[in-house]
Structures are given as C-alpha cells and as structure tokens.
Write a new protein. Structure first.
Lengths: 289, 706
C-alpha cells in the first residue's frame, strides 16, 4: 500500500507522447516533483509525497519512457526542453499557473530548462544532487560516458557496466550496480531494491534512445546564471553520480542556498527523507509568505 | 550588570520634555521596543534585547514619565497623540525609516495609532498582552473601580487601590498590589522585584496623570475597531491566558481584527516578556524572519551515522576551579572515547585556560555576556552576596542561554556537559521542548542557603528557588540525563531546602551520582615537594607563607589585612617568607610595602607554590582550599561575607576532611592574624586523603551516555 493515494490522476498527450500524472493534497502553493533519468519513475518521490501533500498541493508525473507514460522511441522527445514543455503541460492540465519545481539528478537539468523557458510559471526551484553539464563531472563518470557506445568489455567491473552494449545483455546487473553507486550509504538495501524494481519498468532500448537526446541551448551554465527565481540546491558529499562541487557551483551561479548533506549519496530524498522533507517545507514555506 | 549595553543613546526634546532612547546592534530590520509608561520603562525588555540585537537592530524608548525620560505631572502631557509623536521623534532621531514595533500592554494603542497615522513607518506589529481599548472584554475590576477613581475611599483594599488618591499618597501599595496580581506564575520573586522597582522609579502623581491622559480623548469603540481593521501590516499577538490586566480575549480580538497570528501562552499572566523570555524571543525571531522572507542560509547537515561523537562543554566562569576539573574530565572522556570531539562554550577567564590547553572554543563564545564581570561588580570589600548576585544575573544567564540554544540547534551535539551551567539547567527545565542533546549536570553544591543577616525574606527567597529546582526535576526528569555531584554524600550541608522542603542530603542522594572530589591535578609526593621547593627558589630553612585571593578584584581587603599582619608575624617567626599574589585585577604597586614581603602580580602555575608552601592564607573558595587539603598543607581561610556557598557548603566540606582553619575576616585584626600565622606555619597536618580518581569516575558516568 502507498502511504497516500492521489486525489486525482490524469493523462495528457503532448508532442505525440501520452503522459500520466497524479495530484496529491490541496494546499498552496503547488509543488511539481519532476521526473529524473527515465531509468526510474515517479515512485522515487514516495518519501516526499505524504508529508508535502499535507502542507501543499503536490503533482508528480512520469516523463516519456517509464511509469504511467508512453515509452517513446524518439530521441528528440527526451531532450531537456521537451521535459520542460511536458512539465508546463502538466501544470496547465491541473489548472496551476505557478509552482515550485523540485528535480533530482537529471531532474535538476529539466528544472533549470523550465525556469529558463517559463520564468513566469516558476515560484522556486529545488535541485537535489543535480546532474548538470558544467564541465565538473566526477572523473570516473566522465571516463564511462566516453565509452558508452563502445563494445562491451568482457566481464566488466564497476563503471565498465555503464555501457549500452552491456545494458542490452545484462540490464538487471547494470541497474543493481548503478543503484549501488546512487545509494552509497551503508544499509541501503531497501532503496536499492526499490530502484532496481522501478528500472525494470524501463529498459535498455529506452535508455539507449534517451542517450541520444539533444543538449539544450543555451547550455546549463548560461541558463543557471540567467535564473531569477529562488533556488535551493541539496547535495550529498558522497554523491558518486553528480559531483558535490557541481551543486555548489549551481548554487553560486544562481545566488541560491546550498544545503550540503555530509555523508549522503546521490538520492538523499530516499535515503535521508526526513531532512530533505524539512528542507523542502522550509524552502517552500519561506516562499509562500 | 546588564547583559547588553546600547551602542547609542540619546534624548529627543519634545517641547521641553526629554524622551530617552537606546540603540543596540546593527542588523536588519529595526525592532522598536515600546514599553507601557509611566508604569514601566525600557528595562522591561531586558530579556529580549541581548538576543534580538544579535540578529536585528533594536531601538528602545522610555515613554514619558519613567526611565530616563522626564516625568510630567500634567495630564495634558500624557495624551495619546503626544506619546505617538514621541515614537516618531525617536524613529527620526535614530535614523529609522521603518521598524517592526513590539509593544506591551497599553503601549499597543500607541503602536496601533502610530501605524495608522504613519503607515509608512511601521513594517509590522508584535502586540504583547495588547491593551487596545474596548476590544474583547475588560477585566471586571477595571470596570468596577473606574467610577471611584477620584473619590477619597475609606480603607481601600485590593483593586480599590486603583484610585487617584491611593496612587498619589500610597504609590507603592498600589504598585505592589497590581504586580502581585499580574505575576500569576509561581516562583516569580525576581520578576516581581524588577517590575515593582521600575514602576517606583516614577511617582504616583505621574502615574495618575498618565492614566488620565491615556483615557482623555479616546475615540469610541467603533473607531478603535475601524483603526485596527484598517492596518495593512502583519501582526503577531502574544497573550497569556491568565492575564488579569488585559483579558486574553482582547488579544484574540486584536489578532482577529488585524488578520494576524495569535500565540496564546497557557498558564501565563500579563508579563510574558519578563516571565517567558525564551519563548517570546523565539516567537519574535520566527515572525520577523518570516515577514522579511529571510532566505534559508547555506548550511551543512551530516547524516546520523556519518557523525563523529561530539560534546558541547560549558564550564562556569565563576571561579577558576571548574575549568581545571572540567579539563581533567574531558581528558578522561577522550581516554574512554578517543574519537570524541569536544567544543567548549566558555568565556573569560575560562577561555584563557582552555586556549593554553589547545582546546576547541566554539566561536559563538564571543557572544556570551560576562558572568565573572557581573560577579566582580557585585562584590564590595570582603563581601559578596552570591545568592543575590546570582539572582541579579538573570538577564545575563538568559542572554547566554539564547546563545547556547542556537549553538546546540546547529551543532549536532550528542551530549551537553554543563559544569554549573545554570542557564542551561534552568531554561531547559522551563522550556523542555528545546532540549537537543543528552545532558549532564555537574555541581559541587546543592541548595541555596540564606545568610542570617538576610532575615526571613532571604530565607523565603532561597526556599522558593530551591522549591522551583525541586519541582523542575520532579516534573521533567528527562532534562538531566545524568546529575553528578562533585564530592561525596558527607560533603552535603546538613540542612533542609527550606520550610516544608526535603533534607538537602536525602534529596541529593536520590537525584545525583557522586564522583568524589576532582582537583584536576595530582598532589606532589614528599620527594617531589622538596624538588619543587628548590625549583621555585624556596630555601628549606625558610617558612613559606603564600597569600592568594583568586583572580578577581574581590580579594584586596583580605590582601591588605594580611600585609598589615606581616611585620608582627615576621617578628614572631623570623624564618617567615611571605609571598602575596595580587592577581590580574589588583596592581601590586598599589599595596602597602614591608621589608622582606614579596608582592607579585601573577605567578605561573600557582598551584605548585600552594602545594609546597608551609602555610597558605586564602579566601573560602572551594577549589583553592581543596587543593591545599589534597596537598596536606596548613592554611587559613576567610570566607567572603554573605557568600553562602563559602560559609556553609565549603566550610562544611573542609570540616569533613579536617582541613584548614576557618577565620572570620571581620572579627580578625592584624595581630590576631599574625598569631594565627605563627601558630599554623609549618605545622604538620593530617587531613583525610582527597580522592584522586574523581575525574575518571565522572568521565565513566558521562561516557555511558555516548
């Protein structure tokens, strides 16, 4: 059972893809919890929805490729600008003019794009462990990006599994490895199991398609510097996917607040949900008045 | 001493009437604290100023008729609009374009009028026990006594004292009756003395004129409601539900009409800023930050299992004995728990000792108001009424608690260790929801005891303080996770806490663990003693008498008396060598001189001199006397007059060890003192051994909480 059920559920079609969304609670303002890399779907917000929806209206939805949404095979459909337009369409469908957007990892990139493209619709932006193109990738991650399309190596170890050819033969093994890196904190068995399960709803074909999505213009750094809304960056010091330094840079570029979570990994909203919930409530509460 | 002093103060001249203001701090926005007058003045805010001025700029005013303002007796000089114009004049004089106004009781009507007439000067209003006319309902005693205001009553009683002629002829009767009714909370003796004292700085005539001036020209109920309803500023109303001056319904109504926030304090009376200052401080801070939209500051949070074990250690700066034993305990704790990080929240002179021991001093320590400075300011001659000095330290303790609470909320401490950290112990019991870490309480005495000179009233006060402490611990046993008595059950003074209260010893044995005494050093062996003696330049044939009076200026009188006794003593004991230590606050040159007498300002590691001397002459403080007891040295000790701890607790403890010779400063003349020196110097003593494992025992008790 879920801790809280949506007050309404809906679908919309935009640019050829059917998208599913859910609405919880009815407070003010509205918080839109964005999708992240389509390897998982909107259940990764399960630790936020019950708490936040007691205080605010909360909307979640799935991007193309997972959860309630269609598994698009069009790489263009996975670009950050498309995600921003999807988010705007979901808000429209729910009759919401302005919202606080919260994004995890790639969701941070989508949030920046939304704020850039629809500044009148955003009250504030929260980025958790944002995965951005600021030239600040962790070295071991940069190495695997470079090998993404290479043939799989025999008996790959560690980050060598971050390889499309390997995904096609050993998807579950890859997701188990990947989420072991996302949840670098000890005693994370349940969060890893959850994420591996959600990843099974997507697949290697979708992730390959997504990998071909175009980069948005202007690049993240310039878009960040142009944002005018209040910003909160939450970033773990033990994030093995997106460098803490990049989160720090995002806060600096926007003049926003940096909440550093010492000892936390890439997905603190799942692993340190109480702290993240309280930070979100403080941030959104501060905007409301 | 106050906990905070203004950076700027001044007066505005309002048609010949001086109105005084003070400015504290320099943050944003400005908070303008407006007390009711002439019944009170700006000292009403003493519990709020130190905390608020660390975060915001604070301007206070003494309303006309009290404090440092003039005291007009003409009712025309107390009209509401004149009071409102005073506020504008202070805002102008302090260069304050806009402010958040904080007002108490009927000053809220001035504040409302200010916001109404000058909407661009007021950002928000914090209305505490607001006395805005007509709203809600009045207390019946105001309604009943109003018609008789001008009559000459025969033997008026109770609320009938609310009468012009009583005000003028029996001012203090009215004031004591009024505030006696307002302080409905038990254990409010200090707050009562404060508010009565402030009221009596004015006169009954001024007060009567103030009352009449306030009522003169009040608009009708409808107009008042319309004015309140027209305010377009955020409001926060704070109101005690047992307020017998302004009915709590008045606060409720004000909050409703202004569409603002209401905070009702259950069980509180009319004086929440004085009686619940922690909660009022925090409510103001939260409200102001919220309306200012203060951005969340960047910060780091460490996940639970990634945290190192951390303790926050508070070591009382009153006397240097605490820090010595606290360092010894900290060292033992690290022996048990090597990864333990210890931050010290401490002030001078404790910080000097900690720095030389390479300990980590929390940077917020610089915000602490000086406790040792206050105690020194309370001493006069060989006399320190330490119970009253502690009572009068209330605002300093509160200011320091507010600093502590911020530190503990931000610091992820596992443990707070408070060695006589009175502020933490008291205010965590008063505000138990603020406790954020396991808590260890250490003390070397339990129970306030009255000095005979203080009579019945002092006995009543000490019993009241003891009763409050006993009730605190009975009601909230979860606040002290460990209470450690630095000593043994036999050291406890054989008395009761007060009439109808338990025996101190019985109660303490039930509520404390006992570590034994903690000296913080190991006394020298006889062989070491000879070695030290020659190292320190003392000849074996000399009889060395060390005179020390501690680090404050309190000891000058004793020092002078011993110096007066020196020639006679030297005559009686030709091999006498006297070394008098003046300490950092007494100029050695300012003391009388004698051939052969050495007066020194400061001696490095004085404890070594004490440990090898043939006689010491000291005050009655626990640390030095117990050091001498541990080193098996003869000594004369002179408790400070009116110092209950030195006269009862320490003396009793020394008696347990059979150590030292008690002397009364006032009854001892220089000749008698010379005789005592001659009798005692070099005498072989056999005191009960002072335990040497106290620090280790205390550390083991504390480590169980880690």
């Amino acid at each position: 059972m879920r801790a809280v059920e949506p007050v309404s559920t809906g679908f919309l079609e935009r640019a050829g893809v059917r998208l599913g969304y859910e609405v919880f609670g009815e407070g003010d303002p509205t918080i839109l919890l964005l999708p992240t890399w389509t390897i998982i779907h909107s259940r990764f917000w399960k630790m936020q929805v019950p708490y936040l929806s007691r205080h605010f209206r909360v909307i979640t939805y799935d991007g193309p490729g997972n959860g309630l949404s269609e598994r698009s095979t069009d790489p263009d459909r996975y670009g950050a600008e498309e995600y921003a337009r999807d988010a705007a369409a979901v808000l429209d469908a729910c009759g919401v003019d302005r919202a606080v957007l919260v994004g995890l990892s790639l969701g941070g990139k989508y949030g920046i794009r939304f704020a850039w493209m629809f500044p009148e619709k955003i009250l504030g932006l929260v980025m958790i462990g944002p995965s951005l193109d600021l030239g600040m990738s962790l070295p071991e991650r940069q190495a695997v990006f470079d090998r993404l399309y290479e043939p799989a190596v025999a008996d790959p170890q560690g980050w060598e599994k971050y390889n499309i050819a390997y995904w096609h033969t050993s998807y579950t093994d890859f997701t188990e490895f990947f989420f072991s890196q996302c949840f670098s904190e000890p005693h994370s068995t349940k969060p890893r199991e959850d994420a591996v399960g959600w990843a099974a709803d997507s697949g290697p074909e979708i992730l390959e398609t997504e990998s071909l999505a175009p980069e948005p213009e202007p690049a993240d750094r310039e878009a960040l510097a142009g944002l005018t809304c209040p910003v909160l960056v939450i970033h773990g010091t033990h994030d093995r996917i997106a460098a803490h330094a990049a989160g720090e840079e995002a806060a600096r570029l926007t003049g926003g607040t940096l909440a550093t979570l010492a000892g936390s990994g890439h997905i603190p909203n799942v692993r340190d949900p109480v702290k993240v919930n309280l930070l979100l409530r403080d941030f959104v509460g501060g905007l409301a008045s | 001493m106050r906990a905070a002093y203004p950076q700027i103060e001044g007066d505005v001249d309002r048609d010949g009437i001086g109105v005084h203001y003070e400015v504290f701090g320099e943050g944003e926005p400005t908070l303008f604290l407006v007390p009711p007058a002439p019944i009170s003045h700006s000292r009403l805010w003493k519990g709020l100023i130190p905390h608020l001025s660390r975060h915001y700029r604070v301007v206070t005013v003494d309303g006309r008729g009290n404090g440092k303002s003039d005291r007009p007796t003409d009712l025309g000089a107390h009209a509401v609009d004149l009071n409102v114009e005073d506020l504008v004049a202070v805002l102008d004089a302090t260069g304050t374009q806009t402010a958040v106004v904080v007002a108490h009781c009927h000053a809220n009507w001035w504040a409302v009028s200010l916001a109404h007439t000058y909407p661009d000067r007021v950002d928000a209003l914090i209305a505490i026990e607001p006395g805005v006319p007509y709203l809600g309902r009045p207390q019946p005693h105001w309604v009943e006594t109003a018609p008789h205001w001008d009559e000459i009553l025969e033997d008026p009683q109770g609320w009938e004292l609310n009468n012009r002629h009583v005000y003028v002829t029996r001012h203090s009767d009215w004031i004591e009756w009024f505030f006696g009714q307002q302080l409905v909370e038990p254990h409010s003796t200090k707050q009562f003395e404060d508010v009565v004292g402030w009221a009596l700085e004015s006169t009954g005539e001024v007060l009567a004129a103030g009352e009449e001036g306030f009522d003169e020209g009040l608009p009708g109920r409808k107009a008042v409601e319309e004015i309140c309803g027209s305010l377009r500023i955020p409001t926060l109303t704070i109101h005690g539900d047992l307020d017998v001056c302004q009915h709590v319904d008045r606060g409720r109504e004000f909050a409703r009409i202004t569409g603002g926030e209401l905070l009702v304090f259950e069980g509180s009376g009319h004086l929440t800023p004085a009686r619940e200052p922690v909660k009022v401080n925090r409510a103001i801070r939260r409200f102001v930050d919220q309306i200012e939209g203060a951005p969340m500051p960047s910060h780091t949070w460490t996940r639970g299992l990634s945290r190192k074990r951390k303790a926050l250690y508070l070591s009382s700066p009153i006397g240097l004995g605490h820090v010595r034993r606290d360092l010894a305990i900290a060292q033992e704790l690290r022996g048990i728990e090597p990864d333990l990080e210890v931050d010290w929240l401490a002030q001078h002179p404790v910080t000097a000792v900690l720095e030389s021991a390479d300990e980590t001093i929390h940077p917020a320590s610089e915000w602490l108001a000086s406790e040792s400075g206050h105690i020194a300011s309370e001493a006069s001659g060989h006399d320190l009424h330490c119970f009253q000095a502690l009572r009068r330290m209330d605002e300093i303790l509160l200011a320091n608690f507010m600093v502590f609470q911020e530190v503990v909320e931000e610091g992820s401490y596992d443990l707070v260790i408070g060695d006589e950290a009175w502020d933490v112990d008291y205010y965590w019991h008063e505000n138990p929801e603020l406790k954020r870490a396991s808590n260890v309480w250490l003390t070397d005495f339990v129970g306030y005891l009255p000095m005979p000179d203080g009579g019945d009233h002092e006995a009543y006060l000490t019993a009241d303080y003891n009763a409050e402490m006993i009730e605190h611990i009975a009601r909230f046993p979860r606040i002290r996770d460990r209470a450690i008595f630095v000593g043994n059950p036999d050291d406890i003074y054989p008395e009761v806490f007060g009439p109808g209260l338990p025996k101190i010893r019985t109660w303490t044995e039930e509520h404390f663990d006992f570590s034994g005494y903690i000296t913080g050093f190991t006394p020298p062996t006889p062989a070491q003693r000879e070695e030290w003696r020659s190292e320190l330049g003392y000849d074996l044939s000399e009889k060395v008498c060390v005179v020390t009076v501690g680090g404050s200026g309190v000891g000058r009188d004793l020092l002078e008396k011993v110096i007066d006794a020196y020639p006679k003593a030297k005559e009686m004991v030709p091999e006498l060598r006297m070394v008098a230590v003046a300490g950092p606050r007494i100029e050695p040159e300012s003391l009388p001189r004698h051939q052969g007498l050495e007066v020194r300002g400061y001696i490095d590691r004085l404890y070594r001199h004490l440990a090898i001397c043939d006689l010491a002459v000291v005050q009655g403080g626990l640390t030095t006397t117990m050091e001498l007891a541990a080193a098996q040295r003869p000594f004369l000790y002179f408790p400070l007059r009116n110092h209950f701890e030195q006269n009862f607790h320490v003396r009793h403890r020394l008696h347990q060890y059979g150590a030292g010779r008690y002397m009364d400063y006032h009854d001892t003349d220089p000749d008698q003192l010379a005789q005592a020196i001659a009798d005692e110097v070099g005498r072989e003593v056999h005191y009960r051994e002072v335990e040497t494992d106290g620090a280790e025992r205390a550390a083991r008790m504390i480590a169980e909480l880690l």
